[in-house]
Design a protein. Structure first.
Length: 565
């Protein structure tokens, strides 16, 4: 069978399976692995060109890691915040340690146990972003924290790829590493690594910005240049003794600070999706189904650990940091699956001879089970939380950030969100009463509120228990500057259920959501674009053709913006 026909059939099968996955609302990764099983030797045996498909899958991995590198700009550690940093590192550490002993009890050797345990720690950023986006939870407190610690996981995984590459070349085994046997080859490789790092830093700082600016004049050339840079760097790193994977990742990092990074990512995503599909198909075709009965018990045990143990570890970590049970629980569910990084890591170990095909098959099975299972956990997180709420209370061993009960007993005005237009409402609240309170979950906003001496509280507007704790029902006026419609719907319905006469003002960017908020009992819904257009139209009617009048309006506007900044 010629290669073209073979790939065409494989892609056609993948398309059919993908449609079934979409119909049953399952992640596509599971469908691709299932396609590999179908076209593999145990079913129809269509896949014959193993070398060619393996080459395409390597290109897919290289592009995937290149795009991940593009998101890891130098300021990323500051952006994710302390919470994401601590929870990300803590979860990886505890899952690795517990997972290692669990895998050892299942009969695996030391090195395989290390690989499998580490593979269990990483969660899929791609899948979680998709699920959070579908639920409209990207901008919620738990959504932002989750994205932050998943980003930290990606960074840790990237470092591990580098460590594994160095260890595999410089040492014959982990045992030699532990016994500190340093060879000439080790020193040569480390020297190469240092030199390449320095050179790439200089190139990314002084040369690449000018090149990327020049090629960005044409989107086609920008795409071709980016692809050439990513694959070229991957090949270069492979040539000097590192892995293709780490080369592609570093290639992305060198372009991460470019203003065109997001455009590069968006243009290369379709290419990534095609080639990475072939990687998962290849992975599925290599599943040793003859060992299925032997692997099913370990796979189920490790899957339960990932589905239950990982969220529990995250729940306890966030609880220790003072987060409320709901926020900790919802964040914990986002780590209830392994990721594409896990599969790349275990296949890399297999290529170096560190683990057996059995270990690869085991991790792949765990991936299928956990990715499928976690999808339902995240989609039905609210119902699961309500069901487990009585049990979760016993896991709360540290009080939340709310400590000053006195401050929130007689509050007349509560404002949710200090960013955006919140500061304007705060200034007005000061004129009305001294008994007002600002709620926010952005650490930077909390820090700013503390400096300004504004009464504030750290909390999540979506947490019903938190709303009861701040006595929202007793407030005479509630203002929400939060743009998320789901949060505003919850606030209005909860407030109106306990207070029929109070005033509640929210924000909406959609006419249908505005009507829904009014139906639930909102006193007034601010539509920024509507008010903005009305104000601009009134200025037009007032000043007409007066250039001087508009200049005065402009100066006043700039002054007000300067005060807010």
């Amino acid at each position: 069978m010629i290669l073209f026909v073979e790939i065409s059939i494989i892609v056609a099968v993948a398309a059919i399976i993908s449609l079934l996955m979409k119909f049953f609302k399952q992640p596509l990764i599971v469908g691709y692995i299932a396609t590999g099983v179908i076209v593999g030797p145990y079913v129809f045996n269509i896949l014959q060109a193993h070398n060619e498909i393996e080459l395409f899958s390597k290109i897919g991995i290289a592009i995937l890691l290149f795009l991940i590198g593009l998101t890891l700009n130098p300021d990323v550690m500051r952006e994710v915040g302390k919470t994401s940093l601590i929870t990300g590192i803590g979860q990886v550490l505890f899952t690795s340690i517990i997972g290692y002993f669990l895998v050892r009890t299942l009969g695996f050797e030391i090195l395989s146990s290390l690989y499998i345990a580490v593979a269990l720690t990483f969660s899929s950023t791609i899948i979680i972003l998709k699920l959070l986006s579908d639920k409209g939870d990207i901008k919620t407190l738990y959504g932002k924290i989750s994205i932050g610690f998943l980003l930290v996981q990606d960074i840790i995984a990237s470092i591990l790829l580098l460590v594994i590459t160095i260890a595999s070349v410089a040492f014959l085994s982990i045992e030699r590493t532990l016994s500190n046997v340093v060879t000439l080859e080790t020193l040569v490789l480390l020297t190469k690594g240092v030199l390449v790092t320095v050179i790439l830093y200089l190139v990314s700082r002084y040369i690449l910005p000018h090149i990327s600016k020049f090629v960005a004049s044409s989107q086609e050339i920008l795409s071709i240049f980016s692809l050439a840079w990513g694959l070229g760097m991957a090949s270069f790193f492979y040539t000097i003794g590192f892995s293709l994977e780490i080369g592609a990742l570093i290639a992305g990092v060198t372009l991460a600070a470019s203003p065109f990074a997001y455009e590069i990512v968006s243009r290369l995503k379709p290419l990534r999706d095609f080639f990475i599909m072939l990687f998962f198909i290849m992975l599925g075709s290599q599943l040793v189904l003859g060992q299925f009965m032997m692997l099913i018990v370990p796979a189920l045990a490790l899957s339960l650990f990932v589905l239950i143990g990982n969220p529990l570890i995250m729940l306890l970590l966030m609880n220790l940091m003072g987060y409320r049970t709901r926020t900790a629980f919802m964040s914990g569910l986002t780590v209830a699956q392994i990721s594409e990084f896990s599969l790349i890591l275990i296949t890399l170990g297999y290529s170096f001879g560190h683990v057996s095909q059995e270990a690869v098959s085991l991790v792949t099975l765990v991936g299928i089970i956990t990715i499928t299972g976690s999808t339902y956990l995240i989609l039905y997180a609210e119902q699961i939380y309500s069901f487990l709420k009585p049990v979760l209370r016993f896991l709360t061993f540290r009080k939340s950030h709310i400590k000053e009960k006195v401050l929130i007993e007689n509050v007349e005005i509560i404002i949710f969100g200090y960013d955006r237009v919140g500061s304007r409402f705060v200034e007005t609240a000061k004129k009305i009463t001294d008994n007002y309170l600002v709620i926010d979950y952005n650490p930077l906003s909390i820090e700013r509120l503390e400096k300004l001496g504004i009464p504030h509280c750290y909390g999540d507007a979506e947490d019903v228990d938190f709303l009861d704790e701040i006595n929202i029902s007793k407030a005479k006026l509630v203002v929400s500057t939060i743009p998320d419609s789901k949060t505003n719907l919850l606030l209005v319905s909860h407030y109106r259920a306990h207070n029929q006469t109070g005033i509640i003002i929210t924000i909406s960017h959609d006419i249908y959501q505005t009507k829904e908020l009014y139906e639930l009992g909102a006193s007034y819904v601010v539509m920024p674009h509507h008010l903005g257009a009305s104000h601009a139209a009134s200025l037009m009617d007032k000043h007409r053709f007066s250039e001087e009048a508009f200049k005065q309006e402009k100066d006043n506007h700039l002054k007000s913006l300067a005060i807010e900044m």
